[in-house]
Design a protein around this ligand. Structure first.
Ligand SMILES: *[C@@H]1O[C@H](CO)[C@@H](O)[C@H](O)[C@H]1NC(C)=O
Ligand SMILES: *[C@@H]1O[C@H](CO)[C@@H](O)[C@H](O)[C@H]1NC(C)=O
Length: 454
């Protein structure tokens, strides 16, 4: 019996050696726990004393890059989050601290929760994923919910990054949300014409099965619904870091192609609980027609094998590569529609997979200089307080690679396809979830049904 266990262990290690090498992405920052740059020591100590700041409850989730600012969001899933919208300086002036404190953006005051009974409007309560556009603006969607309590309506903020001023604040009205309350915006994507900054849109995926389109010039928003925005019922079970989660999450990751001759682009989208990719022309999203009479304009572009569900997504415009976070595989994948028009197991690739450093890739972004950034954070273990979430371990990481290095030798770089035998979508993924090779609590941890709507 012991001998068999040993054999399995050794096999596990071999699998590690092949699949768990994260040699394309370089670690830029890592943290055991996050800390913040408070205005002063007194404020920090008061925040700790009052419970306004509980260090262990702060988990980084989203990232975005603008010049020498690396933005990092911290969702208010639990109480004690010091600040939800933050950045760290990438500039050469900053020292070599590899675990820098997060600086609240635009300031600490705006990131504090309002006192009970006070208006929430000028506070950023709870934000996840961000978008920087070509006009130096930061787009933020705030869910308005803290520690499971709704404090205000979801709100869209747009900041001018050159002045750090709010240039737009838009409350997402109730009629743009699901009537049953199950709306959740995991992020947003800005689509701006750099020749005319007023001509801008933001697309907000609702995992409840919709897409909200915000028109900056008109200052209006509308909701579009389509069957392709829903989850696949067969792809709702995830095993991440030894935690089994059921996520019925619809449309989540969005990416934009370069601009076509007609001025519009292709929006690529996929549900979190699905392995399929879809697209629609932004012309359809921006026009005044409704989803029902444009059904045929939405296209199905193919699939990855079972187990390869993806969350966050980002596009490198020069090469056309679409990167996505393979949350169930501790991996980052890619597909390049400029090289292969259909997504399939042979036309998509895994460029990095590592059960240690990529456990739950929560967000990824390609910046304007074609660097791929990835944030991983062990989120399921953190959220469910599974006993193997260790505050003394390195839990949160930011990794980076130039896109050219990230895709080198993959099918995203050239018209070549993978020669490994195609797997049927009904077969388990060739990449086993990490719990097998890492040991720890493995499959025996309690199942958790996760409610993402809080
Ligand atoms: C946060 O939510 C938990 C669970 O509902 C609750 O027990 C706790 O009191 C809340 N904390 C604060 C500070 O509101
Ligand atoms: C769409 O509707 C808005 C408001 O009704 C209007 O201002 C705009 O011109 C319309 N756009 C097109 C392309 O018809």
């Amino acid at each position: 019996m012991a001998r068999i266990a040993l054999a399995i262990l050794i096999l596990g290690c071999c699998t590690c050696a092949v699949w768990s090498v994260n040699d394309r992405l370089r670690e830029v920052y890592s943290w055991k726990q996050l800390d913040f740059a408070f205005p002063d020591h007194k404020t920090k100590h008061a925040a700790i004393a009052s419970g306004e700041y509980v260090q262990a409850n702060n988990l980084p989730l989203g990232l975005e890059v603008w010049r020498d600012k690396l933005f990092i969001t911290v969702p208010r899933w639990k109480a004690g989050v010091a600040s939800t919208l933050n950045y760290v300086s990438l500039g050469s002036g900053s020292n070599n601290n590899r675990s820098p404190r997060l600086v609240p953006y635009p300031n600490y005051k705006m990131n504090r929760l309002p006192a009970t009974g006070q208006p929430t409007t000028n506070h950023i309560i709870n934000t996840y994923r961000l978008s920087v556009d070509k006009c130096d603006r930061l787009w933020v969607i705030d869910m308005g919910i803290s520690n499971g309590t709704k404090l205000g309506q979801p709100q869209l903020f747009v900041f001018d990054l050159n002045t750090d001023q709010i240039v737009r604040q838009f409350v997402i009205a109730q009629d743009l949300l699901r009537v049953d309350g199950n709306t959740w915006f995991p992020g947003l994507l800005a689509d701006t014409d750099s020749n005319s900054c007023n001509k801008a849109f933001a697309y907000l995926p609702d995992i409840g099965g919709g897409l909200v389109v915000y028109d900056f010039r008109q200052n209006t928003a509308k909701r579009i619904e389509h069957h392709y925005f829903y989850f696949d019922p067969l792809a709702t079970v995830f095993h991440i870091g030894g935690v089994r989660v059921e996520w019925p999450d619809g449309v989540f990751g969005l990416g934009l192609s370069e601009r076509h001759q007609n001025g519009f682009r292709t929006l690529y989208f996929q549900a979190m609980s699905s392995t399929r990719m879809f697209s629609v022309d932004t012309n359809i999203l921006q026009s005044n027609t409704t989803g029902t009479n444009t059904f045929e304009e939405y296209r199905h572009l193919g699939y990855r094998v079972a187990g390869m569900q993806a969350g966050a997504m980002s596009v490198d415009e020069p090469t056309g590569t679409i990167f996505y976070a393979l949350v169930n595989q501790d991996a980052v994948g890619c597909w390049n529609p400029k090289q292969h028009d259909r997504l399939s197991p042979k036309t998509s690739d895994v460029l990095s997979q590592d059960s240690e450093t990529l456990e739950f890739p929560a967000d990824l972004k390609v910046d304007q200089d074609s660097n791929l950034w990835v944030l991983s954070d062990r989120m399921p273990r953190f959220r469910f307080q599974v006993n193997n979430f260790d505050l003394e371990d390195v839990n949160y990481r930011v990794l980076r690679a130039p896109v050219a290095d990230a895709i080198r030798g993959t099918v995203c770089e050239s018209p070549r396809t993978l020669t490994r035998p195609p797997s049927s979508p009904d077969q388990p993924s060739p990449f086993r979830p990490t719990t097998i090779t890492t040991g720890g609590s493995g499959w025996n941890t309690p199942s958790s049904r996760m409610n993402d709507f809080d």
